[in-house]
Design a protein around this ligand. Structure first.
Ligand code: ACO
Length: 402
């Protein structure tokens, strides 16, 4: 068997590839994307089949272990995740240390990073059992942490997880239930939430996943690595696009202003971009966006858009951009975050919660890639090279002579 990495290293090949547009950083058996065809497979299964026939925790199992679970394996996995949904009671104090108006992503970076201070018994990356427990804890606790960050930001008491509900319904419950009032999760909204989780579960070597891999290549503990992934995801060119997209729709305000914003997006002297459009890999319709659009239609039918001008602007903007030569020629289609923001807005989430919800979903992808990397005997610290363009060697000048 030829080890291509060794061959490259021996040949002393040096590539210069800003943004890694054509450099593979690892090999992987988890997710396959064909950007030209608009194809996304997890462990070989097409995303549209998983979104329509499976559900988030089953997809988590598939990503983590490589195969779809048997009924018993799924039951055991779901019970394990459910058992870990609570967070250490002392962590509540940690939330209370943040300003109320902190962005929930800022709180999540801090709280998830701090998990290594609360769960010492799952930080040893060389111990397979500890790795497994850390994986389960992260998948189980992320919705609880995100919901607590939200509740804290609006001044409401924390709502404990309900283990009789499924993963998505429990998250909605923790976000929207209020003590002393009955809250029943609508099954259509729970299904839409589960789809949002499923469609964001993994996406091979995107910026936040690569961040998790790079952080863990130094041997950092899993909670520190996932906190690094959350920090990277926050940026508007990545996971922060769903928030930025909804804010853009609100700024547009009314359908008659759409042409003005389309013109700005096409103007090369204006840094403005149509948020929620375009993708580094997909140069065809994002297959996740197709499913998400269908989900958005279901949720909008349920909630109604007559009284929601933002959702009306979204529908009209999508139609206008898809009929515009600039977007068609550059293959700039709505991406998954264009529709996810619309669904989350209709469900009643504030825009600041959009990226935390993405972080919940992507946690399993980060962990699956982290586990794969640690299991690779070729794993070594990530250390990109650079093309140095600074001054050549020169002598130090004393301050009085400068
Ligand atoms: N609006 C207007 N023009 C755009 C847009 C957009 N949203 N996206 C790309 N373009 C144009 C660029 O100006 C460029 O035009 P040029 O060739 O005339 O210079 C061309 O399309 C190619 O764009 P690049 O920036 O080179 O493409 P890249 O692959 O680097 O960027 C990205 C992809 C970051 C997603 C980009 O399309 C973008 O900024 N989109 C808006 C933000 C967004 O929605 N991000 C979410 C991504 S999905 C995710 O993270 C889950």
């Amino acid at each position: 068997v030829i080890d291509i990495r060794k061959l490259y290293a021996q040949a002393g090949v040096f590539t210069y590839d800003p943004g890694y547009t054509s450099t593979a950083s690892c090999d992987s058996t988890i997710t396959f994307i064909d950007g030209d065809k608009g194809e996304l497979l997890h462990r070989g299964y097409p995303i549209d089949q998983l979104a329509s026939k499976s559900h988030y925790l089953e997809v988590c199992y598939l990503l983590l272990y490589g195969e779809l679970p048997s009924a018993t394996e799924l039951e055991v996995f779901e019970n394990t995740i459910t058992r870990h949904t609570m967070i250490h009671e002392q962590m509540h104090n940690f939330f209370r240390g943040f300003r109320r108006d902190a962005h929930p992503m800022a709180t999540m970076v801090g709280v998830v990073g701090a998990m290594s201070a609360f769960y010492h018994d799952s930080t040893d990356i060389n111990n397979p059992h500890q790795r497994e427990v850390a994986s389960h804890r992260l998948i189980a606790k992320m919705p609880t942490i995100a919901a607590m960050a939200y509740k804290y930001s609006i001044g409401q008491p924390f709502v404990y997880p309900r283990n009789d509900l499924d993963y998505a319904a429990n998250f909605l419950h923790m976000c929207f239930a209020v003590p002393a009032e009955e809250y029943v999760v609508d099954p259509i909204l729970a299904r839409a939430m589960d789809r949002i989780f499923t469609l964001h579960a993994d996406h091979e070597q995107n910026a936040s996943t690569s961040t998790v891999r790079l952080a863990s290549s130094s041997g950092a503990n899993p909670f520190a690595c996932i906190a690094a992934g959350i920090a990277c995801l926050w940026g508007p060119a990545h996971g922060g696009a769903n928030q930025a997209c909804l804010e853009m729709l609100k700024e547009i305000g009314t359908p008659d202003r759409i042409p003005e914003f389309l013109a700005r997006a096409k103007d090369k002297n204006d840094p403005f971009r149509l948020m929620g459009f375009g993708h580094r890999v997909y140069k065809n319709f994002d297959p996740r966006a197709k499913v998400m659009k269908q989900s958005a239609d279901e949720v909008l039918d349920l909630m109604g858009i007559e009284n929601n001008p933002t959702l009306q602007v979204a529908k009209d903007l999508e139609a206008a951009a898809l009929a515009d030569d600039y977007f068609v020629d550059k293959k700039l289609f709505p991406n998954v975050d264009f529709y996810s923001g619309i669904i989350l807005e209709a469900m009643g989430f504030p825009t600041s919660m959009f990226t935390p919800i993405f972080a919940i979903s992507r946690t399993v992808g980060w962990i699956s890639q982290w586990k794969e990397m640690l299991g690779d005997p070729q794993n070594k610290i990530g250390r990109p090279r650079q093309l140095y363009l600074g001054p050549t060697q020169r002598d130090y000048v004393d301050i009085e002579n400068r």
